[in-house]
Write a protein that binds this ligand. Structure first.
Ligand code: UD1
Length: 330
């Protein structure tokens, strides 16, 4: 079985990918610096599959030598490790620049020297910006607004260059607002679904930034795992050096999302509205025909089903836990 390196393996997306790989019998080197990743996302897997099948590496992507060593003996890399927040990048661009751009560069250098076969990269739909017509297609010119969007786009360009110049097979997946169980709800930079679900369950009133008419092509985690596994397995002549949208192909506004989630939870309060967030794009809506054609990608879990599963998971966490807030007003 192949040896895979997953960066950001203790994070939301990385841990689901790691799980899918070990469950089908592959060996994973799981790299994380635990800045936002959580040990408890990997501990049950290590307990079940053992340290031979999941080798945990506590490594920072900014550490060039440690990253180079982590790439040795690896066949395929899934590069999920990043500081994945638009507002964090607006507040502290240097930190997210070094993690996202230097980290990706170190990894590509490590991959090149270790003769890794393929790198599959977590790119971002934020690269499209606001200027393009909808739905967004891979052939459109990028228009990144936030430092984060620029950083993720630079990673894509580097991947493309490493394919063209060094023959390292690369595939970039532009993620469109991934959500689902394990997405951390507890930071000011958490994704909107995790925040809304945890706050509504705790009886706290979520805030919508702006008028709530911005839209997102929210994509459930299981679809993203599928896209990654297919991107790793697809023939090079179809995918190497390319970038694909990874989404469901159906946008929802934040107002709609809020309403649907509140209905499932039984939460009665309206949202509070705050000022729009700097660097926010207005609409995000993908054409996924290229991924369907080249990867055989076929998102199986639609938005509503994903929302139900996500809310159920946060509900279990809430019941079991430690969340300090008390549920009121519901
Ligand atoms: C998200 C991802 C980013 C990814 C991008 C690609 C997260 C944290 N960020 O960015 O990594 O590359 O999608 O599509 O998952 N909002 C509120 N109230 C809140 C929080 C957010 O109204 O409490 C709004 C935001 O202003 C934004 C929308 O919800 O309009 C989505 O925000 P967020 O979940 O942070 O994701 P993106 O910035 O779209």
């Amino acid at each position: 079985m192949a040896v895979y390196l997953v960066t950001g393996a203790a994070g939301f997306i990385g841990s689901w990918l790691t799980q899918a790989l070990v469950e089908r019998g592959d060996t994973v080197r799981a790299l994380d610096n635990f800045s936002t990743g959580k040990r408890e996302n990997l501990a049950p897997l290590i307990g079940k599959f053992g340290p031979k099948q999941i080798e945990l590496l506590e490594v920072d992507l900014r550490d060039e030598q440690a990253v180079a060593k982590a790439c040795e003996g690896v066949e395929i890399i899934f590069h999920e490790g990043a500081l994945p927040s638009v507002p964090l990048s607006v507040k502290d661009p240097r930190t997210s620049h070094t993690a996202n751009i230097n980290g990706t560069f170190n990894l590509l250098e490590g991959a090149r020297h270790a003769k890794v076969k393929r790198v599959v990269y977590a790119a971002s739909s934020s690269a499209y910006g606001n200027k393009n017509p909808l739905p967004q297609k891979e052939s459109m010119l990028p228009g990144p607004l936030s430092p984060y969007a620029v950083q993720k786009l630079v990673g894509e360009l580097y991947l493309r260059s490493y394919w063209e110049v060094y023959g390292l097979e690369t595939v970039a997946l532009r993620y469109f607002n991934i959500f689902g169980p394990r997405q951390a709800p507890d930071s000011p930079y958490s994704g909107v679904m995790a925040k809304f679900a945890s706050m509504m369950l705790a009886g706290e009133q979520p805030t919508i930034h702006g008028d709530g008419e911005q839209s997102r092509d929210f994509t459930y985690i299981e679809n993203v795992v599928q896209a990654n596994l297919k991107a790793a397995a697809a023939p090079a002549e179809k995918v190497a050096g390319r970038m694909f949208n990874c989404a469901c192909g159906k946008p929802y506004t934040l107002n709609e999302t809020y309403k649907l989630m509140a209905e499932i939870i039984g939460y009665k309060n309206p949202p509070q509205y705050g000022p729009p967030r700097e660097g926010d794009i207005k609409h995000s809506y993908a054409d996924i025909s290229a991924a369907r054609e080249a990867l055989g990608y076929d998102p199986k879990v639609d938005f509503l089903e994903g929302l139900r599963r996500t809310v159920a998971w946060y509900g279990e966490q809430y019941e079991a836990s430690s969340w300090s807030a008390v549920r009121t007003n519901t």
